[in-house]
Design a protein around this ligand. Structure first.
Ligand code: DP6
Length: 325
């Protein structure tokens, strides 16, 4: 017996105030609240149906059978929550322009949460969906919504979820993703943040300043103070990467080309082009800029990075069903 098949689309998001550390590993309760921008260019389409003849979940990614411990774990959680007993057929497609490397667990688990809960017969409101996506990957908590999204850390499963901060962003800003490497990261976010929490002497300072950064960021977005938004985001990202540099053993996601982009951005800024960078658990750099400056910034990057390594993205929408029975 097969369940109906549902297909959901979720966009990835880039944090302006980062989530970096878990209070609870299994429930994925973060150590600090975070805030992100959902992007239009990078998304995942996932279809799910349950089938009583399956002996295990089958997960296909970009038309290739794959195995993912995170997906297996998430489906176990989903079955516990929904009472569904069958295994599932899961088909995911990452839509990432050109050089790739920007597909993320955020869009993956937001899409899977919606498609799988519906296939299991459950219609969840956005908050419950956000809590469910959180069980797959922390950053997925925020991809339920479009635009600027805050993940309120909470203290347990019921209180840790995302809320929209500004869903329809009427602001001419973009993120230019500079793809430096499409390779799998050597130290996953989970492992990286766990090590940092356990060993960085600066972790308590991070928690304190992340809360301050978040409050200042929300004010700056409300005031439409672009320079302030960019400055806070860049500094917050660098504080996160400083935790990695101060962990034991220390590690870094930066590649030489990441530093090169950071320098190009700093040089542009000293020439009056206000743009800012942020990096996650990998070497790719995302440049936050105003639309009027996109061409100038692309021209400054062009001598060092080919066109297919530069992807301009704008604010994107929240998760939705794109196909249902
Ligand atoms: C640096 O959501 O990938 O991108 O919860 O362990 O799956 P898990 O981690 P993940 O971590 C994202 C970390 C980050 C910052 C952020 O997106 O807030």
């Amino acid at each position: 017996m097969q369940s109906p098949k549902y297909t959901a689309r979720a966009h990835t998001n880039i944090a302006l105030i980062k989530y970096w550390g878990k209070l609870d590993q299994d429930l994925i309760i973060p150590m600090n609240s975070s805030l992100s921008l959902t992007l239009d260019k990078f998304y995942t389409d996932t279809s799910v149906f349950f089938d009583s003849t399956l002996k295990q979940d089958i997960f296909r990614l970009n038309n290739k059978e794959s195995s993912s411990l995170k997906v297996t774990h998430f489906m176990k959680v989903l079955r516990e929550k929904t009472g569904e007993t069958r295994f599932a057929m899961i088909n995911s497609e990452n839509h990432v322009p050109s050089a790739a490397g920007l597909a993320s667990s955020a869009s993956a688990f937001a899409a899977l949460a919606l498609a799988a809960s519906r296939a299991a017969g459950l219609v969840l409101d956005s908050r419950s969906l956000s809590r469910l996506a959180r069980r797959g990957s922390g950053s997925a908590t925020r991809s339920i919504y479009g635009g600027f999204v805050e993940w309120q850390q909470g203290s347990d499963d019921a209180t840790s979820y995302a809320v929209p901060f500004e869903e329809n962003v009427a602001w001419n800003l973009s993120m230019i993703a500079v793809v430096i490497s499409a390779k799998q990261k050597k130290i996953s976010s989970s492992v990286g943040m766990q090590r940092v929490v356990a060993t960085s002497p600066y972790y308590s300072a991070w928690r304190k300043t992340a809360a301050q950064d978040l409050a200042a960021m929300k004010k700056a977005i409300k005031k439409r103070d672009f320079r302030q938004v960019g400055t806070i985001a860049e500094e917050n990202a660098m504080k996160m990467h400083a935790l990695n540099a101060s962990a034991h053993p220390h590690f870094s996601y930066f590649e030489p080309a990441s530093l090169q982009v950071m320098k190009i951005v700093a040089d542009l800024r000293s020439n009056g082009i206000f743009c800012y960078y942020t990096l996650d658990a990998g070497p790719n750099v995302k440049i936050i800029c105003q639309n009027k400056d996109i061409q100038t910034i692309l021209a400054a990057l062009a001598p060092s990075f080919s066109q297919e390594r530069l992807v301009v993205a704008g604010p994107g929408p929240g998760v939705k069903l794109i196909d249902k029975p």
